[in-house]
Write a protein that binds this ligand. Structure first.
Ligand code: ADP
Length: 643
């Protein structure tokens, strides 16, 4: 039994296809993880890297406590089940299941003189597996005498007798008909509970993913889109792709605008004359710049959140007129297809087509009906980036403020600004990242609620009548408390643009790796001798440092021996990972940014501006020493994070 850690995992095939990009996740021991996404999104490649059937181009994969990048597949303690069963046709079911066990090496002792499992041990395992899978009566048969479902059970049997730490399943049910798929789905879930081991399951079928996974990884074009529980993916999709991929029928997507009018938000849907008014209290997490009544947004609502039930219509907060085009009878329910645009045809996937789920529907093609919208279930997305603009975990607080005499004035709150934040007196829009709102300080506030989201606590605060959010690692009890802002992270803007930018969280530098022959004296047979060896060096911002083995090895493994050297590298570290020194990276201090509690020297390093933590006055030309262990190294040309 084991968990897995994927750290910046990439796969670049020899033809240059970047199949997996910066895949990061922790899989807990005993989880049932499903990788899901459309064909070609990189899910099988990721699974095959876990199995050891594909090399990992860059990144680190850990199974249990062991980094397995260079561990042979047979030594990874995993078992894999494939779509095509991969059974030996000439062997009986019994032999197919026993095959791997007969080859398996075990420690030699009295019982296992030849380092193999005994016939009795193998028999016990095979019969136990057959019993678990309900194939005992087929043990004497050959695979060709069995149905698809039975064959897949055999391949599951072959996997489970190995008692792997991790079970990998690559579309195991794709070859089965719909009924058998449903049956096998629950059998695999049952097997997972029984074996109590970590499962990673690949499928393109979102229903399979939703019904089986404890958590699901949704992928697209080689990138993770979202990792969450089935319920959270359904209720809180982080982007339009996830919203559209999870759930049948697909979520309805409309285009429209949002306008805040007092305590309400007015939603206008393009093509429809119906105006929807929603209390702002339901949309307070919406990024305010989208509430201007002008910016086009994408509005999502699932078919079950649009209703023609008369009771729901009479109690509805929002109604919409729909012209019915056609219906799909599903037996227990009906899907009504229509258009919110009276000129639309309701067939094509347009920004006005609507699908309504109904228990029964009397509406006929051509009818104009009224439907109730459940505005509690609205999903909103940016039309360009497709990211949710109604995020579950807001990233920023958007506030209006004034600056006067070196003070930041928020209704009822006055904050002295440090010298680093200097701007003319006037009105500004203030952006405070939710993780820059700290518990403790001298701003009085009240915690209204606290919600645990993906391991973080989102605290809703009332600050002098304004709602703000703080994201904290610790739980915060409701009630009065004091807060403060990490002023390095705030930014101020007005109509002419950003006036004060947040301090960059990263220092970026450029360089490359090269190799050189170095001469060293070494003791050989008691004599001092000069020996030559190849050493690797990193050029970082113009200064040279010996390349730590872990960086050179990873770079060579990712890029190949030829391309590892000379290619442009980008280094990233935090402003706390550079120190002033007698020698090192040459830099010019442009000025010192004084944030009160902390000061940072703003330096020019080969054309890149970097903030470096400093204690006091520094100026002119200096040298900086990086903490090489803390550096992130990115191969710029391939955009691969090496470490
Ligand atoms: P999925 O399992 O999600 O359908 P894959 O992991 O099989 O996707 O493939 C991801 C991408 O990598 C696709 O663009 C595919 O064409 C490409 N790919 C897969 N295998 C190879 C290979 N051996 N050589 C080159 N490209 C490959």
């Amino acid at each position: 039994m084991a968990g897995l850690t994927f750290k910046h995992i990439y796969k670049v095939y020899p033809n240059g296809t970047k199949a997996v990009n910066d895949f990061n996740m922790n899989v807990e021991d005993k989880e049932f993880i499903v990788f899901v996404g459309p064909s070609g999104c990189g899910k099988s490649t990721t699974l095959r890297m876990v199995a050891g059937l594909e090399d990992i181009s860059a990144g680190e994969l850990t199974i249990g406590d062991l980094v397995v990048n260079d561990v042979e597949p047979k030594d990874r303690d995993i078992a894999m089940v494939f779509q095509n069963y991969a059974l030996y046709p000439h062997m009986t079911v019994y032999d197919n299941i026993a095959f791997g066990l007969r080859l398996r090496k075990v420690p030699r002792d009295e019982l296992h003189k030849n380092g193999k499992m005994t016939r009795e041990e193998i028999h016990a395992k095979v019969t136990e597996a057959a019993e678990i899978l309900g194939i005992t009566e087929y043990l004497g048969k050959k695979p060709k005498e069995m149905s698809g479902g039975q064959r897949q059970r055999v391949s599951l049997g072959r996997a489970i007798v190995r008692e792997p730490k991790v079970m990998l399943l690559d579309e195991p049910l794709s070859n089965l008909d719909a009924k058998l798929r449903t049956q096998m789905r629950s059998e695999i879930s049952k097997l997972h509970k029984k074996l109590n081991t970590t499962f990673i399951y690949v499928t393109h079928d979102q229903v399979e993913a939703m019904t089986m996974g404890t958590r699901i990884v949704v992928m697209k074009d080689g990138y993770i889109q979202q990792i969450d529980t089935p319920k959270n993916l359904y209720n809180y999709p982080g982007n339009k792709f996830v919203a559209g991929f999870i759930g049948t029928p697909q979520m309805n997507f409309f285009t429209g605008t949002l306008k805040k009018l007092g305590e309400n938000v007015e939603i206008c849907l393009a093509g429809s004359s119906s105006v929807i008014t929603v209390p702002y209290s339901k949309l307070y997490k919406v990024v305010p710049t989208y509430l201007d009544g002008k910016t086009t947004v994408c509005i999502g609502l699932r078919a079950e959140d649009i209703s023609i039930d008369p009771e729901k219509i009479s109690n509805a907060e929002a109604l919409i007129k729909v012209k019915v085009s056609h219906k799909e009878e599903l037996g227990n329910q009906t899907l009504i297809y229509g258009d919110i645009n009276m000129e639309g045809d309701g067939y094509g996937e347009s920004g006005t087509r609507v699908i309504i789920q109904a228990d029964e529907a009397e509406a006929e093609s051509g009818d104009i009906i009224v439907a109730a919208l459940n505005v509690d279930k609205l999903h909103l997305f940016d039309v360009e980036t497709e990211r949710s603009i109604l995020p579950r975990l807001p990233e920023y607080n958007y506030l209006d403020c004034k600056v006067a005499g070196g003070k930041l004035l928020l209704q009822g709150v006055s904050i002295s600004l440090p010298p680093a934040i200097s701007c003319a007196d006037g009105e500004y829009r203030l952006l405070v990242p939710t993780d820059a709102v700290k518990i403790g300080g001298d701003i009085e506030a009240e915690a209204i609620s606290s919600e645990k989201i993906n391991g973080k606590n989102l605290v809703s605060l009332n600050v002098e009548g304004r709602r703000m959010f703080a994201v904290s690692k610790e739980e915060v009890p409701c009630g009065k408390l004091n807060i403060s802002f990490d002023l390095k992270k705030i930014s101020l803007s007005n109509d002419s643009g950003i006036v004060v930018a947040a301090m960059p969280e990263k220092v970026c530098m450029e360089g490359y790796m090269y190799k050189e022959k170095v001469k060293e004296t070494a003791e050989r047979n008691g004599k001092q001798k000069t020996v030559t060896r190849i050493a690797f060096f990193l050029n970082i911002g113009g200064a040279v440092f010996p390349a730590p083995d872990k960086i050179s090895a990873k770079l060579i493994s990712a890029m190949g021996v030829k391309k590892a050297f000379g290619g442009k590298l980008r280094y990233e570290c935090s402003p706390y990972d550079l120190t002033f020194a007698e020698s090192g990276i040459p830099a010019e201090v442009l000025y010192v940014a004084d944030y009160g509690a902390e000061k940072f020297a703003v330096c020019n390093i080969c054309g890149n501006t970097a903030y470096v933590r400093c204690d006091g006055d520094v100026s002119g030309n200096v040298y900086l020493m990086p903490n090489i262990d803390a550096l992130s190294v990115i191969q710029s040309e391939m955009d691969i994070r090496i470490i």
